[in-house]
Structures are given as structure tokens and as C-alpha cells.
Design a protein. Structure first.
Length: 221
């Protein structure tokens, strides 16, 4: 007989426990050297795979790996290197400008607050959350479209957007677990609950938390 979870809290506790068993280690998927290189790598990862970003950034770091050095690089040169990541005109301008602003406003250091990070070009809430969590160890729960989709498949949220899903997940899981858990969900999603590989009825966690589900889950945006 399958286990029946009657509440979101019960499903969340099972998911937390199972993901910890599957992924006891939670390495940061984006290669980086410090908070600045992480910030740039996360910016590059928008609509691009981490694998592709990790292939591109060594060339970028060889050119410039500090705000001071990057601010001196022509935008066109940055764009040339990061072109494989997509959206290169916008991303190159953002990298150049945020590097200048880090020098002007923050003494060349990456700021340690959401408000200051989100004030930088190309840095939204999700990017700021990743930097706060992975560079500074501050509790954050970055939610991208994949985590948003999985949270709906796992009946953890009815959120129609990533903002609502983030709020729901933060309520369900202990604050001290957020940083590791968001990475574990990413790892599991990539390996078992992909957009094409699972529709809410195939992978282990989907089948466990929703054993009676017969139809595919259609994600609410």
C-alpha cells in the first residue's frame, strides 16, 4: 500500500528527507572563485544551462575576474566571449555596468543585501537569492521555473508564479534547510523530474507524494 500524505507539511517532510538521502552533498553547480565570479556566472545562467556557463566562464575569467578588471574590458569583447550563453548583448552590458557600480558604490565588493544586489543591472531576485545563499551563506530559497514546476508536481504549492511558490516553500521548510534544499531540488529535477522525462506521474517522488494521480500536471505560470 502506498503511503498517503494528507497535508503539504507531510509531503514536505518526506521530500526533505528523501532528497537528503539522495544528495547528501550539495556542491554549487556553477564554477566560481568568489562572490563576484558567482554573481557573473548566475547572471549568465539566465536561459542557459549551467554546463554551458561553466564552459564559457574560464575564458571570461582569464580576461577579467574582478570588477576592476572587468570594468576596463570593452562591452563588445565581453559579448564575444559570452555569446554561447545567449542574450549576450544584454548580459555583456549588465556585466560591464554592474562591475562599474560595484566599484562606485561598494568599494569593488559584492554587497551582502538583497536590496543592494537587486539594484545592480541584470540582477533579479532569483540571482540575488543564489548569491546570498551560495556566496554568503544567508538563508534564501531561489526559485526558477524548474523548481516552480516541481513544487506544483509535488503538491507543495498552488502558486501561479515563482514569487508565490517561493513564499509557499519558505513556509513549509525550516529556514536552516533552504540553501541545501534548493540545490537538492535542482539536482533531483535534472536527474529524475525533467520537463520531458516526468509529467508528475513518472519519477519516484511524484509517484510517492501523488500515488493516485492519473493525469499529467499542467504547470501554472
Amino acid at each position: 500500500m502506498p503511503v498517503i500524505f494528507s497535508t503539504k507539511a507531510e509531503r514536505a517532510a518526506y521530500i526533505d528527507r528523501r532528497l537528503a538521502e539522495l544528495y547528501p552533498e550539495t556542491p554549487v553547480p556553477l564554477d566560481h572563485r568568489d562572490a563576484y565570479t558567482l554573481l557573473v556566472a548566475v547572471l549568465l545562467s539566465a536561459q542557459c544551462t549551467d554546463k554551458r556557463v561553466n564552459e564559457v566562464t574560464p575564458k571570461l575569467w582569464a580576461l577579467a575576474d574582478t570588477p576592476q578588471a572587468m570594468a576596463k574590458v570593452p562591452v563588445g569583447r565581453i559579448q564575444e566571449i559570452i555569446r554561447p550563453c545567449g542574450l549576450s548583448p544584454q548580459k555583456a552590458k549588465a556585466i560591464s555596468r554592474l562591475s562599474q557600480l560595484l566599484i562606485e558604490r561598494h568599494g569593488g565588493e559584492v554587497p551582502r543585501s538583497f536590496a543592494e544586489l537587486e539594484a545592480l543591472p541584470g540582477v533579479g531576485h532569483k540571482t540575488a537569492s543564489v548569491v546570498m545563499a551560495q556566496a554568503f551563506g544567508e538563508p534564501a530559497f531561489p526559485v526558477d521555473t524548474h523548481i516552480h514546476r516541481l513544487a506544483q508536481r509535488w503538491k507543495l504549492t498552488h502558486g501561479r508564479n515563482v514569487e508565490q511558490t517561493e513564499a509557499d516553500l519558505k513556509k513549509l521548510f525550516p529556514r536552516e534547510r533552504w540553501n541545501q534544499l534548493h540545490l537538492r531540488i535542482i539536482f533531483y529535477g535534472r536527474e529524475h523530474c525533467t520537463a520531458r522525462g516526468c509529467d508528475g506521474t513518472v519519477c519516484e517522488i511524484c509517484r510517492t507524494v501523488a500515488p493516485g494521480r492519473k493525469r499529467a500536471v499542467k504547470t501554472k505560470k
